[in-house]
Design a protein. Structure first.
Lengths: 200, 315
């Protein structure tokens, strides 16, 4: 119940609409990867999914931000089903990739931000290696590029108060890691897939 | 609602919607060319939206002043969202935007609710006009400063200030001999605005040949304009009994509404064309965004309000 209300509130605040351009909202295990510029990205993208998908999708979120208060922690753990990872240097014990794989299990999908942090520009910067490692461990999963637009204008980095502009999430065609594809080639291809979604 | 004239107006509009819906239903059942089917499908989507808008507006009127004020406040908010979303703003505008949406817009409508005409009239054109740029300048980002500030102010003027003059008809006009009947006048105004849009569209599609401003909007033609305006004035004058005007006065006021409405549509088209977009949003199926539906109303509302205020109301 709470998650429906939170999702409705987020959709109202950001006006976020999902455009399923290259794939449909199928109930299938996937990794959604998107550009990252605002703390609203994960909640808004989660809210933009249809309810059936929302229950089975875990956004990957920064532990230091989302455990900074009781409300945020409750939202992250109970409402968004977030996978909380360390934003700072991952240690051998605190490996985010393993946390993500464990959270996914056999049924759940993931929302990932391969840039590794929030960047203010409209275009994503170079991707970190996380997406590549996940794709190598679970090569059968569909990797869906998602272009998030305007969320950085709704809640820019460093701001507390939102401006209720209309955001959008565009879902592209699935990617897969080709056998023998090099890490950098794959990451470049994935980043380009998001940039391509800007073309109408 | 014991006002019979208002019931007649409402009944007339419902009858019109019913006839149009039936025509649309029959048209959809005939097999037409692909282009014909697309037009019919679009027209039927527009009809559905008209039913919903009429129902919402009727409900707001039925609840008296507060319902209409709330409806227009929500409409202004949504239109402003659509406008600002498609306007390039930068990080330095963020605080100013927060104020525009969550302080200025509610305040403008609050002023209506407490019937403070003096402040209602100057809040946005004077105080917001001066204070918002100060806030944005203090944020320190100077790139394209004048452009950004001007665009935000323009959005507030059209989406909030001008639109708020429609519910102002209900709340701020004191017309001798027409006490407690302002709901009819608001209904009349909105009806004439939308009728003008629809009739210009119909005449344009049927007889349109010479565009008025082809670089701005190829669909606005002289035939559509003259036909639509004439037909609307005829209907508006015919409805004089619901208004405080004589038939001739009603015709004159309708001329003002329709010409301003046409101008509004033209101006907003020019902005959209410059930005390379077709609609301001997707909120209303078949019509586009909220701003696409109220653009002519926004330009006509202040003019109508002031004409009535100067010539018919006591202040």
């Amino acid at each position: 119940m709470t998650s429906h209300l939170v999702a409705a509130f987020l959709r109202l605040l950001t006006g976020i609409t999902a455009h399923w351009r290259g794939c449909g909202p199928d109930v299938r295990q996937r990794i959604y990867f998107a550009n990252h510029s605002s703390n609203l990205d994960a909640p808004a993208l989660w809210a933009a999914l249809p309810p059936a998908l929302r229950e089975l999708t875990c956004p990957v979120a920064a532990r230091d931000y989302w455990t900074a208060g009781r409300v945020r922690q409750h939202l992250a753990e109970k409402v968004f089903n977030a996978v909380l990872i360390e934003r700072k240097a991952p240690t051998a014990r605190d490996n985010p990739i393993e946390d993500m794989l464990k959270a996914m299990g056999e049924r759940r999908s993931l929302i990932l931000f391969p840039e590794g942090g929030r960047f203010p520009g409209p275009d994503p910067v170079e991707f970190k290696a996380g997406l590549y490692h996940l794709a190598k461990k679970r090569p059968e999963l569909e990797l869906i590029p998602v272009l998030l637009d305007n969320l950085n204008r709704v809640l820019p980095k460093g701001e507390l108060l939102p401006a209720p502009l209309i955001a959008s999430a565009t879902f592209g065609a699935p990617l897969r890691l080709e056998t023998g594809e090099q890490r950098n080639d794959f990451l470049t291809r994935a980043r380009q897939a998001i940039l391509d979604l800007r073309q109408n | 609602m014991h006002d019979r004239e208002l019931l007649y107006l409402a009944g007339g509009v419902l009858g019109l919607l019913l006839v149009a819906s039936v025509i649309g239903w029959f048209a959809a059942r005939r097999s037409l060319s692909d282009a014909g089917r697309a037009t019919v499908s679009n027209l039927n989507a527009r009809m559905r939206a008209w039913w919903i808008m009429t129902a919402v507006f009727g409900l707001a009127l039925a609840t008296g002043g507060m319902g209409s004020i709330l409806l227009f406040a929500f409409t202004s908010f949504t239109a402003l969202r659509e406008f600002i979303t498609l306007t390039p703003t930068r990080y330095g505008d963020h605080r100013a935007l927060f104020w525009a949406f969550f302080v200025v817009t509610p305040l403008q409508y609050l002023l209506l609710a407490v019937e403070w005409y003096g402040m209602f009239t100057i809040l946005i054109p004077v105080y917001v006009f001066l204070l918002l740029p100060i806030r944005a300048a203090a944020a320190g980002e100077t790139e394209k400063f004048l452009e950004r500030t001007a665009k935000i102010q323009w959005g507030l003027m059209i989406c909030v200030y001008c639109a708020s003059h429609a519910p102002a008809i209900l709340v701020l006009l004191n017309i001798p001999g027409y006490e407690n009947q302002n709901a009819k006048l608001l209904f009349y105004f909105v009806l004439i605005c939308e009728l003008s849009d629809v009739l210009q569209y119909v005449f344009g599609k049927t007889f349109g040949r010479h565009p008025v401003a082809p670089a701005v909007s190829p669909k606005k033609t002289w035939e559509g304009l003259i036909g639509g305006v004439t037909a609307t004035i005829a209907i508006g004058a015919g409805l004089w009994w619901a208004t405080p005007f004589t038939p001739l006065q009603a015709a004159g006021i309708c001329l003002a509404i329709t010409l301003m409405g046409f101008g509004g549509g033209l101006v907003m088209s020019a902005i959209k064309r410059d930005r390379g977009i077709k609609d301001w949003g997707t909120a209303i199926e078949g019509h586009g965004g909220v701003l696409d539906r109220i653009d002519s109303l926004c330009f006509a509302a202040p003019v109508f309000f002031h004409l009535v205020r100067y010539y018919f109301a006591v202040t």
